[in-house]
Design a protein around this ligand. Sequence first.
Ligand code: NAG
Ligand code: NAG
Ligand code: NAG
Ligand code: NAG
Length: 504
Amino acid sequence: MHFTISFSVLFLAVVSLVYVQAAPTSKRAPGLITFPIRSLHGRVRGIHPQLDFQQQINRAERRLARMTGRDAPSDDHLRARLDKRMYIIGNGPSRLPVKAQTKRYNSAAKLFDSFKEKMASLTVAQKAAFKAKTKSNSTAGSNAGGVSPIDLQAAANGGLTDGNTPTASDSLALDIEGPDVGYVAQVQIGTPPKNFVILMDSGSADFWVGSENCRSEAGGGCGQHEFLGKKSSSTFVDTKAPFNVSYGTGNVAGTVIRDNVVLAGLQLTNHTFGTADTESVDFSSDSTLFDGLMGLAQSGLSEQRVPTPVESLNIANLIPQAITSYKISRLVDGKNDGEITFGGLDQTKFDSATKVTIPNVNERGFWEGDVDSFTVDGQDSGLQGRTAILDTGTTLIIAPAADAKVIHNLINGSRSDGQGGFIIPCTTNASVALTFGGRSFAIDPRDITPLPVDPADPTGDCQSGITSGNVGADTEWLVGDVFLKNAYFSTNVNENTISLAKLV
Ligand SMILES: *[C@@H]1O[C@H](CO)[C@@H](O)[C@H](O)[C@H]1NC(C)=O
Ligand SMILES: *[C@@H]1O[C@H](CO)[C@@H](O)[C@H](O)[C@H]1NC(C)=O
Ligand SMILES: *[C@@H]1O[C@H](CO)[C@@H](O)[C@H](O)[C@H]1NC(C)=O
Ligand SMILES: *[C@@H]1O[C@H](CO)[C@@H](O)[C@H](O)[C@H]1NC(C)=O
């Protein structure tokens, strides 16, 4: 994801309704000199949640098209959908020129400002009523209180919630972006080593950060980010070989370089990866919380045509196998135990009796498994012969349109939103489960309701976390963090297998 990389931070106008103490923080490692700049500039910006949601869907559609080798939906198609969703938000045609909407997130921030004003104008009584309707915390497996105020506040504040110190060796904490929008880790690069915030993506296979000469496609530099180059790193070598990667709505282009990388304390000396000289706004924006992206699918997908970092660690005998394992954490759990582990699995994070290992069925290098069945509250949907690309870089679950309909038909109170998405009650307790390797993995109902349609009514209608993408094979799902928060997930390049297990 990088869909999906879903990276933009959702934004809800509940600023004026803030009363929750468990606020996510934007704190970075102590001593990291960029912290105050980041927290003050840009990195706390938000955009309207509906717009963010549509952007996530758009990115996912492009991503799925790319993954399945199909033509990506055209800009016009995606822009039209974005525009439609803006129309819904504004109760009328968007006041922003279409071009501005797709070119700059700033435009969305403008829209948000007017939205925020609207919310701020709620009366004291309206605010009190809203507060009374909302539980102050959330309970595993129950949506009784609707969307948690912790998520609403995270959406309003943006920023990262730091993960705790890892419990396994060769591991990095995964920080949570906003209300479970994406997952990033800190990686040290160059000489002297500098910290870079990197999005960890099981759905792509290139590793890059911005170059010291980085230019945004929107004009200007690449925002409040760390950059890599000769000026800041004495070990930096530019091979000048070009690369270009397209993700979701964004793309980067640059050259293949070599420099030292430290990943969870493991030293990759003279490692080959990329620096971006050109970034689309998805990456160059100040509101993008990460400095680069690490693709951890298989190197067959690499546009740079080099081994992924985990493959390089294995080639250098620093880890026994090219295994990457993920504990994707959920903000409202308050555990902050997100973690990525290289070379093995963190046995403390899952119940080993529940572990299943299945073959990777994707020949191009994505991580894709057969799904035996889909159930809702234990009832079989009848869907068979489906596969799922498991993608930490995708926030939502994107299903073929017909399949998404089948699943939602089994969820009480659901309806189409007319845009390829679905509306479900924010208080739904429906348990949607996917079976892999004979074991059923249920999605916590809280994950199916990521976003209220009306920010002032978190117990009313919600956008469903399962949406439809019309560009995939009709049997192929793109399964992101909405699902992956509910399982321990591990990939093994040497064996070409995927493992899933129930979390402890
Ligand atoms: C919910 O919040 C109350 C206080 O606000 C706290 O005592 C309780 O432990 C919380 N419950 C959960 C499940 O976090
Ligand atoms: C990279 O590829 C994208 C999509 O094909 C294209 O729009 C963009 O211009 C390319 N960028 C560079 C610098 O080659
Ligand atoms: C880095 O790797 C390249 C390609 O393998 C090699 O040509 C070069 O000598 C290496 N540099 C150092 C400092 O080891
Ligand atoms: C969901 O479960 C909770 C707790 O069991 C219950 O109070 C609530 O009514 C249920 N919601 C729905 C829509 O069934």
